[in-house]
Design a protein. Structure first.
Length: 153
């Protein structure tokens, strides 16, 4: 499926028209492609029907809205997807569900119901989807949990 992304077909008629389908119902990730700041990224996380999950990196987002404009599912990925925050100010200024890494393997976590609590790695108190995304971030994408050098926080 990923190999079809960006494939251009000159003929637009009959069968060729159907060949232009990007299979967004199978693999979408449009929001990762249209974000000028790369604030939406696809990670692989277990426990989902589609193991490719979108994570929003708040520190890279300027809320331009491209991801929402082009989302074929009428979503707003910069608001709807699990968000990684790099600063307390950004966390406090957002209503997004997500994580702010703290010292010692802890996270300040905004839950889907809007409540905020501290979560520790050894606790099993997160909803399944959040738990699986956080586990994938820690295991394979830990660089996303730390602000890049020179980031304006």
């Amino acid at each position: 499926m990923h190999g079809r992304r960006g494939l251009l077909i000159a003929a637009i008629n009959g069968k060729a028209e159907g060949d232009r389908c990007l299979t967004c119902d199978v693999v979408c990730e449009v929001c990762t492609e249209v974000c000028p700041n790369r604030a939406n990224v696809a990670i692989t996380a277990g426990g989902f029907a589609d193991p490719r999950q979108i994570v929003h990196l708040d520190g890279l987002c300027n809320e331009c809205g491209n991801c929402g404009t082009f989302c074929p599912h009428a979503g707003r990925p910069y608001k709807d997807k699990i968000t990684v925050f790099w600063s307390r100010a950004d966390f406090d200024g957002s209503a997004n569900t997500g994580f702010l890494p703290l010292a010692g393997g802890a996270y300040l976590t905004r839950m889907p119901d809007g409540s905020v609590r501290e979560h520790r790695r050894d606790q099993e108190d997160l909803p399944a989807g959040m738990s699986q995304v956080l586990a994938a971030l820690e295991k394979d994408y830990s660089f996303m949990l730390v602000a890049p050098l020179g980031a304006q926080l």
